[in-house]
Write a protein that binds this ligand. Structure first.
Ligand SMILES: Cc1cc2nc3c(=O)[nH]c(=O)nc-3n(C[C@H](O)[C@H](O)[C@H](O)COP(=O)(O)O)c2cc1C
Length: 356
């Protein structure tokens, strides 16, 4: 999804905040990215939903609705938030539901509610909750710190013990291929660039992406969804200007250079391949990715998706063949490494995504 990156690094404009005191965007971020202390009282349904909404999700569309029962929470797809161009079969939508599911489960463990997930026929998840001993461990603490960090990292490698922990976090149901070798990394970079170039050349892709960009803080705060440009770098601009600048700053050459720089600055990349090409399989991928991401965050690592080669069909086929699994669908590509903090994204409130 090139424009996130293009907007982030290729434009000359800077984020303008209020001088003196905290600006409204920063205040909203501070209020959002924390897990409330429940002080041991009651079933923390709204706290669990809040935590779930902090999960990674495609284009930050937040394609979920939550239904609360006495001892269960359902996470249901919100098809009004589809992104049909980049995600024609709702793969990312269901991966996002998986991310929310795993985040809710990890939050539950921290708060003292063990969750038992069950797949629903329409492609959602019902999580039955039972009281347990609270275990606010490192993964729980990592929930409000996990982020998509779209910038260059510092090139430091990740030690073997940490890599083993990342592999263990993913488990066995979902395949994980770590790409650490420089030659293999360059090959993967070529495929990311190929997918990226195809997307840039597609006006429908660009239109959809533009619709989900939040070009300035006022827009981001009003909507509390989408891709706030500054949350990935250093630009804000009014929409009318951002829409005009976009095609000028987002060139195939510039994007290729940026992807190459980002990949070379990373410690490695991870490719996730799910158990089946079905909503349940994609939910499993989102859950595995989230355990990986929380484990990485707890270890001080930063992550960012580079999903272009799994989004562009010809490149995805090429990648599956390169992986030696031509019959399978690689689901996600994520790079990781040590890097700086960037401004954060926003979410709609738990109340706003609750079904009556
Ligand atoms: C299925 C899926 C696909 C995604 N694809 C990309 C991608 O290709 N490029 C990217 O920069 N971010 C990608 N993201 C990250 C989302 O844009 C990000 O999670 C969302 O904007 C919220 O930001 P946060 O992760 O910092 O909380 C993806 C996330 C998910 C769950």
């Amino acid at each position: 999804m090139p424009t996130r990156r293009a907007l982030i690094a290729a434009t000359p404009l800077l984020v303008t905040g209020c001088s003196g005191g905290e600006n409204p965007y920063d205040r909203a971020v501070r209020d959002l990215w924390r897990l409330p202390d429940l002080g041991g009282g009651g079933a923390p349904m709204m706290a669990l939903i809040h935590a779930a909404t902090l999960a990674a999700n495609g284009h930050n569309t937040q394609p979920w609705r939550f239904r609360v029962e006495a001892r269960a929470i359902e996470i249901l797809p919100d098809f009004s938030r589809r992104t049909p161009v980049v995600d024609p079969d709702d793969h990312h939508l269901f991966v996002s539901l998986g991310c929310a599911t795993e985040t809710l489960l990890q939050a539950g463990l921290g708060y003292g509610w063990a969750g038992e997930p069950e797949m629903l026929p329409g492609g959602g998840v019902r999580i039955a909750l039972s009281s347990a001993k609270p275990r606010p461990d490192a993964l729980f603490q990592a929930i409000p710190r996990r982020a998509s960090t779209r910038t260059a990292y510092d090139g430091r490698p990740v030690d073997a013990a940490t890599l083993r922990r990342l592999e263990a976090a993913v488990g066995r149901e979902v395949g994980l291929r770590l790409v650490l070798d420089p030659d293999q990394r360059d090959h993967l970079t070529d495929m990311i660039v190929a997918g990226n170039s195809a997307q840039i050349a597609d006006p429908a892709f660009m239109r959809e992406l533009t619709d989900w960009i939040r070009f300035d803080a006022a827009e981001a705060l009003a909507r509390r969804d989408g891709l706030f440009a500054a949350a990935s770098g250093n630009l804000t601009t009014p929409r009318w200007l951002g829409e005009r600048l976009l095609p000028l700053v987002m060139t195939k050459k510039g994007e290729a250079e940026r992807v190459t720089r980002w990949m070379r600055s990373s410690a490695g990349a991870a490719i996730f391949t799910g158990p089946s090409e079905t909503p349940d399989g994609w939910i499993a991928v989102g859950r595995a990715f989230t355990r990986f991401a929380l484990t990485a965050t707890a270890a001080g690592l930063k992550l960012a998706f580079l999903n272009q080669p799994v989004e562009d069909l010809p490149t995805r086929r090429r990648m599956a063949a390169w992986m030696g699994e031509p019959g399978k669908r690689p689901d996600l590509v994520v790079r990781f490494g040590y890097g700086p903090d960037l401004p954060r994204s926003l979410r709609r409130s738990a109340q706003a995504v609750l079904l009556a």
